[in-house]
Write a protein that binds this ligand. Structure first.
Ligand SMILES: Nc1ncnc2c1ncn2[C@@H]1O[C@H](COP(=O)(O)OP(=O)(O)OP(=O)(O)O)[C@@H](O)[C@H]1O
Length: 263
């Protein structure tokens, strides 16, 4: 990892401050604060039930936080619905892959661009040149991403019939095709074989290098997290216990006790 990859601009891309989420009597997230720099790979780890997914859901617009601030590029996005959050350049994958399984692989990438392609009804109805051009560009982009992900051969297959590892790659392509500035990956290595995990690690690093995207990652696979992340936030029982580099986190007694000590 080169120095130029690290925190290049002074304002963080994502700022989360005192984020708190309560479900009835349960404090699932308790005053969590962290920042993700532009082009940084940042991971959140912690034992089951630590509150990682709830943080993701609050940041990504799936839950309205009980309190706290979420700023993307200086703009307050706390409580905005996910489609509005996406307009700020923040998109996510899910713990259990969520694709349109009955649509083809390429159709999944066309749907993802729907909000960006000129979708004016009349232009579409009369197939005006600008509409056709936008459609063609969307298809070219979809094919480009299928090539990039090594799944072009399956373009016309139903997404639900793809091998699991390929579904994961398609889900990431579906995010990337919207040109995000922050890609949130929720347990991307879950269900992958060892070879696919190594490929995923290279993919995450490549996305960051080539597309100027920051990555916020939740992952249980320690090898992946330690190899790919620049900084890691460790949570336990809804609380942040330490934030630091992989080496600092690996050697922190609180982390060993809370998390690594479990293994
Ligand atoms: N919608 C909800 N309603 C009520 N409780 C919830 C809800 N979502 C999460 N919780 C609770 O909040 C706590 C944190 O859950 P969360 O899923 O965020 O943890 P996690 O760190 O992502 O766990 P895992 O690693 O198992 O995915 C848990 O006790 C969970 O049962």
């Amino acid at each position: 990892m080169t120095e130029t990859n690290k925190h290049t601009a002074s304002t963080p891309l994502l700022q989360v401050k005192d984020l708190t989420m309560r479900f009835g009597g349960l404090l699932a997230v308790d005053h969590v604060s962290f920042e993700v720099g532009r082009n940084e790979i940042f991971a959140i780890i912690g034992p089951n039930g630590a509150g990682k997914t709830t943080v993701f859901n609050c940041v990504g617009g799936f839950y309205r936080p009980t309190s706290g601030q979420v700023h993307m590029d200086g703009k307050d996005i706390a409580g905005l619905p996910s489609h509005k959050v996406a307009r700020h350049g923040l998109v996510r994958t899910f713990q259990n892959v969520r694709l349109f399984k009955e649509l083809t692989v390429v159709e999944n990438l066309l749907v993802a661009q729907h909000t960006q392609v000129e979708s004016n009804m009349l232009k579409g109805l009369f197939k005006l040149p600008s509409y056709r051009r936008a459609e063609k560009e969307a298809l070219d982009r979809a094919v480009w991403w299928l090539d990039f992900m090594g799944i072009r051969a399956f373009a016309n297959r139903e997404a639900g019939n793809l091998a699991y590892g390929h579904q994961r790659r398609l889900e990431i392509a579906r995010c990337m095709i919207t040109k995000p500035r922050l890609l949130m990956l929720d347990e991307p290595a879950a269900g992958l074989n060892p070879q696919e995990k190594v490929e995923l690690q290279h993919l995450i690093d490549q996305l960051r290098r080539e597309f100027d995207v920051a990555v916020l990652l939740i992952e249980h696979d320690m090898s992946l997290v330690m190899n790919v992340s620049e900084r890691i936030l460790v949570m336990e029982h809804g609380k942040p216990i330490v934030t630091g580099t992989p080496d600092a986190v690996r050697n922190d007694p609180r982390v060993i006790k809370a998390y690594l000590g479990e293994e």
